[in-house]
Design a binder for this molecule. Structure first.
Ligand code: AHM
Ligand code: MG
Length: 341
C-alpha cells in the first residue's frame, strides 16, 4: 500500500470528506469510526509498552506473563467500549471478552458493534503482530426499546462497516464502508493515522498459503490434497507456494490482502466447527477481503451469507485471493462428493 499524493490526509479528515459525498449522511457512522480510531491509538501505545512489561516478566514466571496478556486484552476491550459509549451512537457491543451483549448508555443508538479487542493475543509475549477487529451493523427498526440478543444476530452482508487495526512494525488501520478498502498508517510523531491507500485491490492470485499444519492429520481429504497441490512444482502457477503462518488471524489476513494467497482455518478434530468466530473475526475480515476483490467461504457458503444463531459461533474459513480460494473449493467439492457417492 502506498500514498497516492504528497498531501497528508488524516483519518479524521478522510472520514469527514467521505461523509460529505453523501448529502443525507448524519455523520454518526463517521463519528463511530473516529471513536474506534481514537481507542486504537491508546491501545497501540499500550501494546508497544507491553514489550517492556513482558521483558520484565520473562524470568519464567507464567503468572506475570499470563496476567499481563490478560490485562492487555481487557484494557483493549474497555478502551473500545468506553469510546463507543461516549458518543451515544452505539446501543450495544458484542465482544470476545464478554459472554452476552453489552448494553451501552444510549439504548436508542442505531449501531451495534462487534469487537475482537485484541486478536492473536497469545502472541503478545513474543512481540508478534496482533490487532483489534470491528464489525458494525445497524439496529433493525423495532418498537420494543429493550435490546435483545437477536437484534445482533444479522448475517455479514448487513455490515455497514468493518475493519481492523494491526499493531505490527507500524500500526495500521484498514476499514471499509462497502465502497472499497481504505488504509491508514499511524504516524507516532504526530499521533495521527495518515491515509496510505483509499481503494486497495488485492492480487487475484498469490503464492502464499497460510494454515496451521499441525492439525494436518485431522483435516478432511480435500484439504489435505489441496495443501499437497500448493507444495507441488508448477511454473505456470508459481508453485510450490510459500507457507506463512503468524497465528494472529488479523495479521495473516492483512498479509494475504497485501501479497495475495490464501488463509485457512479449517474444521479439525479439535475444532469440529473451526476455531475462528463468525461475527467478530470472519465476517469483518471477509468484508474487507471481498471489497478488495477477494473471496471468503466456509467451504460451501459465502461467509457473509451465513445466518448466525449465536453471538460467539465459530466457522471454518477459507479466505484470500479469488483464484486461490476457488481452487481450494474445487478440491473440497471433489473429495466431499467422493465421500457421498
Ligand atoms: P484469539 O482471538 O483468542 O487470539 O484467538 C484467535 C487466534 C487467531 O488470531 C489465529 O488465527 C488463531 O487463533 C490461531 O490458532 P491456532 O493456534 O490454533 O493456529
Ligand atoms: Mg481473535
Amino acid at each position: 500500500m502506498s500514498a497516492k499524493s504528497n498531501k497528508l490526509v488524516t483519518l479524521d479528515e478522510y472520514i469527514i470528506q467521505s461523509q460529505n459525498r453523501f448529502p443525507g449522511a448524519t455523520g454518526e457512522l463517521s463519528q463511530l469510526l473516529r471513536d474506534i480510531g481514537l481507542a486504537a491509538k491508546i491501545i497501540s501505545r499500550e501494546v508497544n509498552k507491553a514489550g517492556i512489561t513482558s521483558l520484565l516478566g520473562a524470568d519464567g514466571s507464567t503468572n506475570i506473563h499470563g496476567e499481563s496478556v490478560k490485562k492487555l486484552d481487557l484494557f483493549a476491550d474497555q478502551q473500545l467500549i468506553s469510546a463507543l459509549d461516549r458518543s451515544l451512537i452505539t446501543c450495544m457491543v458484542i465482544s470476545e471478552e464478554n459472554d452476552g451483549i453489552v448494553r451501552l448508555n444510549s439504548q436508542g443508538g442505531k449501531y451495534i458493534v462487534y469487537l475482537d479487542p485484541l486478536d492473536g493475543s497469545s502472541n503478545i509475549d513474543v512481540n508478534v503482530s496482533i490487532g483489534s477487529i470491528f464489525s458494525i451493523y445497524m439496529r433493525e427498526a423495532r418498537f420494543d426499546p429493550n435490546l435483545v440478543e437477536s437484534d445482533a444476530l444479522q448475517p455479514g452482508v448487513r455490515q455497514v462497516a468493518a475493519g481492523y487495526v494491526l499493531y505490527g512494525s507500524s500500526t495500521i488501520m484498514v476499514y471499509t464502508t462497502g465502497m472499497g478498502v481504505s488504509a491508514f498508517t499511524l504516524d507516532p510523531s504526530i499521533g495521527e493515522f495518515i491515509l496510505s491507500d483509499d481503494d486497495f485491490q488485492m492480487p487475484e492470485h498469490g503464492r502464499i498459503y497460510s494454515i496451521n499444519e499441525g492439525s494436518y492429520n485431522s483435516w478432511e481429504l480435500g484439504l489435505k490434497k489441496y495443501i499437497k497441490y500448493c507444495q507441488e512444482e508448477d511454473d505456470e502457477t508459481g508453485r510450490p507456494y510459500k507457507a506463512r503462518y503468524i497465528g494472529s488471524m488479523v495479521a495473516d489476513v492483512h498479509r494475504t490482502l497485501i501479497k495475495g494467497g490464501i488463509f485457512i482455518y479449517p474444521a479439525s478434530k479439535r475444532y469440529p466447527n473451526g476455531k475462528l468466530r463468525l461475527m467478530y473475526e470472519c465476517n469483518p475480515l471477509s468484508f474487507i477481503i471481498e471489497q478488495a476483490g477477494g473471496i471468503s467461504t466456509d467451504g460451501e457458503r459465502r461467509i457473509m451469507e451465513i445466518m448466525p444463531d449465536a453471538l460467539h459461533q465459530e466457522t471454518p474459513i477459507f479466505i484470500g485471493s479469488k483464484k486461490n480460494v476457488e481452487k481450494v473449493k474445487e478440491f473440497l467439492k471433489e473429495y466431499r462428493e467422493e465421500v457421498v457417492s
